[in-house]
Each structure stands twice: as C-alpha cells, then as structure tokens.
Design a protein. Structure first.
Length: 83
C-alpha cells in the first residue's frame, strides 16, 4: 500500500488486507517484451519479402510456447487466497 491511511481504509472497509509479493512479476514482464520484439522482426521480414518461411513459423511457435510456459509458471506461484 502506498500509505498507512490507505491500508487502514481497506482494512476497515473489507476486513482483510492481503500482502502479496509481486517481485516475481519482473521476470514475467520481460518475457512478453522480448517476445513481441522478435515477433515484430518476423512480421517485418514477412511483409518485406512477401514470403512465409518455415523457420519463421517455427520461431513463432517457439515464442508462443515461451509465453505460455511463463504464464503457467506465474499461475503456479500465485498464493491460494482464502477468505
């Protein structure tokens, strides 16, 4: 929380406050950035040449798998919240 008053307000209104460590999101945030950069390069090459290369398709599949694996890893790290 940004301030003590925000914390107290939330506690009064909802009766509970979750303390969740989001430091693991740093790794997650870098993966989509790298992936989008790679995908943009592939798209530019396809648009410039007018051809779709097998290696480009394989690269896109690999990148999408990386994104999927990263999302699954993040979901597994999330705490189970009980009310």
């Amino acid at each position: 929380m940004k301030s003590k008053s925000t914390f107290l307000r939330r506690l009064i209104l909802y009766g509970y406050v979750y303390d969740i460590d989001y430091s693991g999101l740093r790794d997650y945030n870098t993966t989509p950035g790298k992936t989008s950069s790679n995908l943009n390069q592939i798209a530019k090459r396809m648009n410039a040449t007018g051809n779709v290369y097998k290696t480009d398709v394989e690269e896109v599949k690999k990148l999408m798998k990386q994104v999927w694996d990263t999302q699954l890893a993040m979901l597994k790290k999330q705490p189970n919240m009980k009310q």
